[in-house]
Design a protein around this ligand. Structure first.
Ligand SMILES: [Zn+2]
Length: 220
C-alpha cells in the first residue's frame, strides 16, 4: 500500500465544534511504506452528505487518514461498527489510517477482489474484509510507525482498547506485529488472528476487521 496522502484534521489549526482551536502536537510520521504525509480537510467540502458517525470520526482531532480512506468514510463504504471502534481508539490515541477499501491491496500490482489473492500467506481464497468496507489498516499510533514499535506503550494500548470492547462490538479480525501480539497475549476467541504467516505480514501495520456482515465470532 503506497502513494497515499495522509490528512490529519488536528493539524489544520481550524476551529473545533466548540470553537476551541485544535492543535495536536502529534502528527503522522513523515513517511512510512511509501505514504506521503500531508494535512488537509478530510471532509472535502461536503459535510452534509456524510453519515453522523463517519463525520464524527473525520472530524476527530486524533484521526488521520489517507485521501482514499477519508473518501470511503465520506461515501458510507465503511462498516459503522468499524467506524465506532476507530472512534473509541481515537479517543485515546492519534491514529494514522492508510486504507479501508479504496486503494487497498494485498500484493502490489494485484487489484483487490472479494477474496484474498493467492500468495498472501496462507490466507489466499479467504474473504477480503477490506473489499467489503469492514477492515482498516492503521500505520501509525501517536506519531510512531507501527513498524519497529509493536512494543511501544501507545501502540500496545491500542490493543488494550480493543480488548476492552464488549465481544459483540469488538472486531474479530485483529492482526498486528509479532511483539505487539506476544505482549498483548490475546486469544483467537477475543478476535485476534494468531497465525504466524499473518502476523509476519503485519509487522508494519495493525489490521482491524469484522469477518462477517453481521455479528462477530468473538466468544469472550
Ligand atoms: Zn488490512
Amino acid at each position: 500500500m503506497c502513494g497515499f496522502v495522509v490528512l490529519l484534521a488536528a493539524n489544520l489549526g481550524r476551529l473545533g465544534e466548540e470553537g476551541v482551536r485544535i492543535s495536536s502536537p502529534t502528527r503522522c510520521p513523515g513517511s512510512f511504506d511509501g505514504l506521503e504525509i500531508e494535512f488537509g480537510d478530510l471532509f472535502g467540502g461536503d459535510e452534509e452528505a456524510v453519515r453522523p458517525e463517519a463525520r464524527e470520526l473525520l472530524d476527530h482531532p486524533n484521526f488521520a487518514a489517507s485521501a482514499p480512506a477519508a473518501g470511503d468514510l465520506r461515501e458510507g463504504i465503511v462498516d459503522p461498527r468499524l467506524v465506532r471502534a476507530l472512534k473509541v481508539i481515537a479517543d485515546e490515541h492519534v491514529i494514522c489510517v492508510g486504507a479501508f477499501k479504496d486503494g487497498h491491496y494485498f500484493l502490489e500490482g494485484v487489484e483487490d477482489t472479494p477474496v484474498i489473492p493467492d500468495g498472501y500467506g496462507e490466507a489466499g481464497g479467504l474473504p477480503n474484509t477490506h473489499y467489503f468496507g469492514r477492515a482498516v489498516d492503521i500505520w501509525a499510533v501517536d506519531g510512531k510507525p507501527i513498524e519497529g514499535n509493536g512494543d511501544d506503550p501507545g501502540v500496545r494500548d491500542v490493543g488494550w482498547v480493543l480488548a476492552s470492547l464488549p465481544p459483540e462490538e469488538r472486531p474479530d479480525q485483529i492482526i498486528g506485529p509479532t511483539a505487539w501480539t506476544e505482549r498483548l497475549g490475546r486469544s483467537h476467541d477475543e478476535g485476534w488472528v494468531l497465525q504466524r504467516d499473518q502476523i509476519e505480514l503485519h509487522e508494519d501495520h495493525i489490521h482491524i476487521g469484522f469477518r462477517e456482515e453481521n455479528g462477530t465470532h468473538n466468544t469472550r
